[in-house]
Design a protein around this ligand. Sequence first.
Ligand code: NAP
Length: 676
Amino acid sequence: MTIQQISSFAAGEWIAPGEGARNIASAVTGEVIATAGNNGLDVQGMLDYARNVGGPALRKLTFHQRAKMLKALAQHLGQNKQVMYDLSFNTGATQSDHLIDIDGGIGTMFVFASKGRRDMPDGHVYLDGDVEQLSRNGTFLGQHICTPLRGVAVHINAFNFPVWGMLEKLAPTLLAGVPAIVKPATNSCYVTELCVRLMLESGILPTGALQLVSGGLGDMLDHLTMQDVVSFTGSADTALKLRSNPVILENSVRFVAEQDSLNCSVLGVDAEPGTPEFDLFVKEVQREMTTKAGQKCTAIRRIIAPETHVQAVIEALSARLEKTVIGDPKLETTRMGALVSNSQKRDVLEKAAIIGQEAERVFGNPDVFDVDGADGDKGAFLPPMLFHCANPDTAKRVHDTEAFGPVSTIMGYRDTDHAIELANKGQGSLVASVITRDADVARSFALGAGAFHGRLYFNNRDSMKESTGHGSPLPHMVHGGPGRAGGGEEMGGVRGVKHYMQRTATQGSPDLLTAIGSKWVPGATEIKGPAHPFTRRFNDLAIGETLHTEPRTITIDDIQHFADFTGDTFYAHTDEAAAKRNPFFPGRVAHGYLLLSFAAGLFVEPNEGPVLANTGLDGLRFMKPVVAGDSIKVRLTVKSKTKRNDQYGEVRWHVTLTQQDDELVAEYELLTMVAY
Ligand code: NAP
């Protein structure tokens, strides 16, 4: 059997393993299948290449161009996933594990591609929040902006998800406009290397945007600056060691850590045996214990059930675990494959022994279990093991020992407050699930356990069919947790992208802020266009182009007519005496919607033209009531423009309605689709 040489990709060259290379064994057979690592890697050269070649190339692209690049990459990987599946069986993963790692990673990239186009501008500056009014007359304003860091993101990943673990960090990094150097865990780096090769060979990425270290990182961390980011996933011990690096501390290098955690799942007091919630709970726990052979950072390590139902849970869970077929991950009948390596297996057994000092093993015997289609003595196989801790209040190790394998401990609680106390004994976790239909239980957990968890997952019969699973981090939602879990936050849509950008508070005049953000700020210079703006095409319209309309006087007949016509005969529009008794109105007032309709009548250009559709209004506020005899006029300004497809883009207009004394009556943003 040939031993695969797993290379690194450094400064545009594939570098084969060399001095210091480590052998990697198959999780299933225990045989050496690959070798990786090279002490001679020029880490400074890699950093320079990323900073001087990859960074500038990525920063030239807009957020939308980078999002399109991610979509193309995800499509390319999707077309080539079979080769990754084939290789990944060696890590002990089953086909359903591949769906989480490989398909999950590709799916995450798709979500970031779509978030980048929907939630970020087709420009180079991301505006974070609204304009802040810092002066009485609005000549001095504030705006937070985010721009890409000028350095490199060093991603250090754990062994359990060789593809997802890379892509969930790579997608937000590239979207931000920052190059990455990926260092996967050596045990499963051959799968990551294949995925990196596929991405590089696609030709979709700019030169220098992605490099790979297979094997040790050398002294790369000693060369980082304040413009770089380390994004680490792995054990708490390694995280502590790496984040204590003097260069990282001295240069305040950003360090995002996703560590191990003692996640729990809680059976609500209402979820008695016989309810759909009880069955759901048992099913979720069994799935979390056995998926990836329990090697999931979000796996359920602690099962917290009402004291009265502990025995029922043990019985139901044992019955399900009994049916979990362990064996060669390639077999379709296999439900749980192997751990990544025999050293990982030894580690899990050591940790299980520590848990065993405080809890009794009630299911699974690591010395006696069946393995289908593989040699159980050579591969890194283990059975699921369930422990029962009778004294969870005095126990310590069950709350702080992570056996990174198919190991979980059940413990009983007296009431909801006690369950929250036990959940929080994990000292900071990635996720806690609470299976309940009782709104009070859910609210108590949100308030009592929220501060200790990065994610709270509530599930019951109403949501179970569509729920995504206790253990699945989603690209839309924050993944990470406080304390023991590392204190990091990954993904979460644009929140994840911000790890790779600097947020800067900009302060200045409306004209300067408009120029910086490519978004018109009230108070900035208005541009008079050559014709009515609705006759102008998307590409011709300038940011700040403004139309002022003629005034229109509102009569009492208009108000009455609108009330009769629409059926909105609310007393403030129809009954003078009743309206006067209302603290907001001087008497009968015009309907807000009448004013909006008149505004459209004032600014619209009726003939067929480039404006294709009105797709909505944002931020509508009515500031001052309008009575019969008042007149209103409209100012319509191009606020921002976003390309949507090959034919048209969205133009966002800032609209104000003022009355005869120039006092503001209403303000909103109007959205239209305009042809190119
Ligand atoms: P690990 O031993 O801590 O290793 C993590 C990564 O750090 C690997 O890439 C490893 O490379 C690297 N590393 C170790 N020492 C290093 C050093 N001195 N300098 C630079 N890099 C170094 O963790 P693991 O065994 O791979 O993963 C299992 C752990 O990860 C579990 O505890 C699990 O809970 C945690 N995890 C957390 C999450 C999360 O999102 N929170 C996700 C997955 C896993 P080598 O492999 O080359 O040593």
